[in-house]
Design a protein around this ligand. Sequence first.
Ligand code: SF4
Ligand code: SF4
Length: 223
Amino acid sequence: MASEMLGHVMVNAVFTPSTIKNLPDTIRYFSGLGVRQIYLSPDYSAYWNEEAISSLTRIYEDIGDLYKSYYREGNPHYISLIDNKISVILRNGYDQKDRCRMGIAEFAITPEGNVFPCERLVGSGNNDHQIGNIFQGIDPKFMLCHCAKGQQINEACLECAIRDFCMNWCGCSNYMTSGYYNRVSSFLCHSEKTILQTSFRVFRELESELGPLFYQHLVGKQC
Ligand code: SF4
Ligand code: SF4
């Protein structure tokens, strides 16, 4: 009974450079309890050194293998890292409306009326991410103090073959990992590349093995 109820529960596991190695076991643990909707989120505020960044490749591959094995057993799981990117692949990239335009079309407003460009950047009281107040008005130019000068995003992104599938537009994640809203860190870049490659392989394999069954899961008819 408990495991039936847990099938409707969503869990979010936040991983850090020191806990990422446990992610596959974490998924197995939740799966063993009956949980079928597992969200995985990196701790963007952590320091991701080169060793931790390179470990992403193997760990994401292991998660992809788990995702496939659950499918093959007729017991599909929603695993956010993989499912989100498969959805983006099927849509042929992020649509314009998917992309956050922080401080322009995305705002967070505190109970005091202070306006921030993103809810994750709201601190306690005033902080230097604030771009105004609903009573005095807002000025997105305040965001410039957290933007690196020059082009809108990393130069490498402009020529990158997978730029339409990459979340390099999340200014908050960029800020937490690079110090600038408009600069993608090596951690985020490697994470996006790796999870996209893994998800693409998972999609191709499962699509060829399962055909329509796989699409039913993707549109929420199975989980
Ligand atoms: S994968 Fe890296 S280089 Fe390519 S668009 Fe994303 S952040 Fe930029
Ligand atoms: S977390 Fe990223 S995508 Fe979400 S509101 Fe903030 S900047 Fe936008």
